[in-house]
Design a protein around this ligand. Structure first.
Ligand code: HEC
Length: 242
């Protein structure tokens, strides 16, 4: 009995000590439990390694009837180097919890996990992929913004009106791995340098061989490889460890 009390006190102290440790957030006390965890937004974002993602990751806890659950506890976890603000919390009145994610310093794909527990105490997990770009890939992303996205990205932004709808032959978004993974690096370099006709494709794809340096074209290719979905597998791609 005495021993039991001593151990209980020790446990309390350890828990308290745990609270003070940086980066370990106290597990929030759930007031409700859901049956499912779904992504609202924030998956498949691309950022420079070590940087914050532009958009928060937002997840939602639902019950078995697909109604949002308020007060369910959600914990976020990621590979080494990834941080969340907050790392855990309770779902709000719309059943949602939002976190700001900073990716690790190593370029690669990061699998982020959100977990909640159902009424039976079983873990329900949701996985999201995020992409961290290395230096060359980040340069490629900038060049893409400057020279390519007006045609290759069908969506317009505040800064840029997309030209996509005006094109007779529709180019692929660089995330479309199904199409772009089939092309070799040499083919990518050829079509970027010499334009569509180099690969018997539409002349609406201009040639950039005079505008861009070889190293710029390499940077674009490494960016295209990095953002491919499904992923492009080749030697030299660093996958963030689980
Ligand atoms: C003026 C519009 C336009 C711009 C700007 C443009 N492209 Fe294209 N691109 C096209 C079109 C149209 C095709 C489709 C050609 C076809 O399928 O016949 C294409 C095709 C491609 C392809 C072959 C895969 C695919 O999408 O079908 C690659 C790779 C490519 N472009 C890379 C680039 C890169 C890199 C840049 C920027 C440096 C760029 N493009 C800028 C219009 C453009």
């Amino acid at each position: 009995m005495k021993n039991g009390t001593a151990i209980a006190i020790l446990c309390c102290l350890l828990v308290l000590a745990g609270c003070n440790r940086p980066k370990t957030s106290p597990a929030p006390q759930a007031t409700a439990h859901g049956a499912a965890l779904v992504e609202v937004s924030g998956g498949k974002q691309v950022a420079q390694a070590g940087m914050e993602l532009d958009q928060p990751v937002v997840v939602q806890v639902n019950d078995a009837q697909n109604n949002a659950v308020t007060g369910a506890a959600v914990v976020f976890r990621g590979p080494a180097g990834v941080s969340f603000n907050p790392a855990s919390g309770l779902t709000d009145s719309s059943g949602q919890l939002s976190t700001i994610v900073t990716l690790g310093g190593v370029a690669g794909r990061y699998v982020i996990r959100a977990t909640t527990t159902d009424a039976g105490g079983k873990n329900v997990e949701l996985k999201l992929d995020e992409i961290a770009l290395g230096y060359q890939q980040t340069l490629g992303r900038e060049l893409n913004r400057q020279y390519c996205s007006r045609c290759h990205n069908p969506e317009s932004t505040r800064e840029r009106v997309s030209n996509y709808d005006n094109l007779t032959t529709k180019p692929h978004a660089f995330t479309e791995g199904d199409a772009l993974n089939k092309m070799s690096d040499a083919d990518l370099a050829a079509i970027i340098s010499h334009g569509g006709p180099a690969l018997n494709q539409s002349p609406e794809m201009p040639s950039f061989g005079y505008t861009l340096a070889k190293s710029d074209i390499q940077a674009l290719i490494s960016y295209i490889r990095a953002v491919a979905d499904p992923p492009y597998h080749s030697a030299g791609v660093v996958y963030a460890k689980k």
